[in-house]
Ligand binder design. Structure first.
Ligand code: SME
Length: 160
C-alpha cells in the first residue's frame, strides 16, 4: 500500500481526480474493512482538494448515522428525506448544491459550509450510505466533481 498520495498541484481539477482515483482504488483494494476504506477515502479527498468537510453517513435503520469523516465535528443523525444528505438518500441521486442557504431544509452542521455535493452509494438497488462533501466557498462543485465522485462511489459500493 502506498504511504503517501501523489498530488500534482499544477493539474486541473478533472486531472487531479484522474490522478487520485486510481490511488484510492489501490489504497482500498484488498482491504475488507469498511471503516478503514471510508476513512482513507475521506482523508484522500480532503488532502487532495482541501475541502472544508468530507465524510460519510451510513444508512442504519431509518436514519443516516455519521461515519468516517475529515473536518470539524458534525451532526450525528439525519432523517430520511431531511437536509441535503437525507434528500440524496430518498431520491437515490446526487445533489449538487451551489448555495446551501437556497436548499430548503438544509442542515447546517457548520455556518462555514457554503456549497455541498452529496453522492449516494447504491448497492443492489438500495442506498447504503452517502458521501457528503462541503466547501466554505459558494458554488465550489461542478460536473467534474459529480462525475468523479459518482465513479468513486460506484466502486465504493463493493466495500459494503
Ligand atoms: N449539510 C448536510 C448535513 C451534514 S453536514 O454538512 C456535515 C445536510 O443538509 O444534509
Amino acid at each position: 500500500m502506498a504511504e503517501e498520495l501523489l498530488l500534482d498541484t499544477t493539474l486541473t481539477k478533472a486531472e487531479k481526480y484522474r490522478q487520485l482515483l486510481p490511488q484510492i482504488e489501490a489504497l482500498t483494494t484488498g482491504e475488507p474493512d469498511l471503516v478503514a476504506n471510508l476513512a482513507n477515502t475521506a482523508a484522500a479527498l480532503r488532502q487532495a482538494f482541501g475541502f472544508f468537510w468530507v465524510g460519510f453517513y451510513l444508512v442504519k435503520n431509518d436514519e443516516l448515522v455519521l461515519g468516517p469523516f475529515q473536518g470539524p465535528i458534525a451532526c450525528t443523525r439525519i432523517r430520511h428525506g431531511k437536509g441535503v444528505c437525507g434528500s440524496s438518500w430518498a431520491l437515490a441521486k446526487t445533489l449538487l448544491v451551489p448555495d446551501v442557504e437556497q436548499f430548503p431544509g438544509h442542515i447546517a452542521c457548520s455556518s462555514e459550509s457554503k456549497s455541498e455535493i452529496v453522492v449516494p452509494i447504491v448497492q443492489d438497488g438500495q442506498v447504503v450510505a452517502v458521501l457528503d462533501v462541503d466547501s466554505d466557498l459558494l458554488n465550489d462543485f461542478d460536473h467534474d466533481d459529480q462525475a468523479a465522485l459518482e465513479q468513486l462511489m460506484l466502486a465504493a459500493a463493493r466495500w459494503f
